[in-house]
Design a protein around this ligand. Structure first.
Ligand code: BG6
Length: 364
């Protein structure tokens, strides 16, 4: 059932190239992104004045990554919210809003309540859902299925990855319709998107290095993940993976915010993971790396091939293949999933069923 893997989580981590490929393929017609089969017509995308993206847990982290990508590509303002916050704050939904609800199970109680509230307020709802026929899939105006296949491990990996690519497709198509992305550039981006499965596979082929590092740091008490922009969104997800399956206290911080408090927690040998996939922010984040390093942190740097100057500060460096910066999250998250997984294994924990957590939270 686990296909020869020790845990569902490791199996699902390895299923990501296929899950990503299947999800991209489902919404391509020739070399065009096509949502007509889910009823999401170009006119609808052309009229959007605001996106609200909502989810819980990792789905919320997808929302955060999507905000950076959507705003940059479409110039449409994006608000994101944790479903349990959105539903109780009497949100203002401006006209021509598209509310996007992201959910693997399609049954998360708070996400479903957020969907119903959005509809009550007259907004159109796009559900990004993995489980066919689930409540969120049924109640959304448009349902964009992800093709991750069944996900058993409580900690999500492949569903998260498919949600990301689904959001890239929405951003690209919207930008194209609005004339912000030429047909030619869109085709180039699609071609790059289609290289992600291979690039993810390349990272997976190198997993022993992460395993070695994880076994060395499995007894860490605290961990910090730092990044700016999209790298901050990746930090949140990397940090969540670490806490949920390894029970290590971990925090994700926007790198520039560090000096406003958190840096007081850095002491000799505190493990800090710096994420630097965005070349326009590289030097800025490096300067934060230097700050933590000078306070004794043990530093893991996660960046793209070519940025070898990271080794001036990092004690351990991990490189992922280059891609369009909008897609970097899809690659940088893979080593962090592996890190969480292997730390959990090294500690002998129940990786697939971490304490106190459920795969799908259908009560409030
Ligand atoms: C959680 C899971 O409690 O629910 C997370 O442990 C998940 O992995 C979150 O991200 C949201 O679930 P769903 O099914 O709505 O995506």
């Amino acid at each position: 059932e686990k296909g020869g893997y020790e845990h569902f989580m490791l199996k699902e981590i390895h299923e990501q190239p296929k899950a990503v490929q299947d999800t991209i393929g489902a919404y391509l017609k020739g070399n065009q992104i096509d949502f007509s089969e889910i009823g999401l017509e170009d006119e609808e995308l052309a009229s959007i004045e605001r996106f609200y993206i909502i989810g819980c847990g990792s789905a919320y982290h997808v929302a955060m990554a999507a905000k950076y990508v959507l705003e940059d590509m479409t110039q449409i303002p994006v608000e994101i919210d944790i479903a349990s916050e959105f539903r109780y704050r009497n949100p203002i939904l401006v006209k021509n809003s598209l509310v996007v609800i992201i959910s693997q199970s399609g049954e998360t109680a708070d996400s479903l309540a957020a969907l119903r509230l959005a509809k009550e307020k007259g907004a159109a709802v796009l559900g990004i859902v993995n489980v066919v026929g689930s409540s969120i899939a049924r109640e959304s105006d448009y349902t964009l299925y992800t093709y991750a296949g069944p996900e058993i491990s409580v900690a999500t990996t492949k569903a998260y990855s498919t949600q990301l690519v689904a959001m890239y497709l929405v951003a690209m198509r919207t930008a194209q319709i609005r004339g912000l992305l030429s047909d030619e550039d869109c085709e180039k981006m699609i071609a790059e998107l289609q290289t992600l499965p291979k690039k993810i596979q390349k990272i997976l082929d190198d997993k022993e290095r992460i395993q070695w590092f994880a076994s060395k740091y499995a007894n860490a008490k605290d961990m910090f993940f730092l990044g700016r922009g999209l790298d901050y969104a990746i930090s949140l997800e990397g940090s969540l993976k670490m806490k949920e399956i390894s029970y290590i206290h971990s925090e994700a911080y926007a790198a520039g915010e560090l000096k406003h408090g958190t840096i007081s927690l850095i002491e000799d040998n505190t493990l800090v993971v710096g994420i630097l996939t965005q070349s326009n922010l590289y030097e800025k984040t490096v300067s934060n790396m230097v700050e933590v390093k000078s306070r004794g942190a043990y530093l893991m740097g996660l960046t793209t091939y070519g940025n070898y100057s990271i080794e001036d500060n990092a004690d351990f460096s991990v490189y992922v293949p280059k891609t369009d910066p909008h897609f970097a999250t899809s690659l940088a998250i893979i080593p962090l999933q592996l890190l969480g997984y292997y730390v959990s294994v090294a500690k002998g924990l129940d990786v697939d069923k971490p304490r106190n957590l459920a795969k799908s939270v259908t009560v409030e």
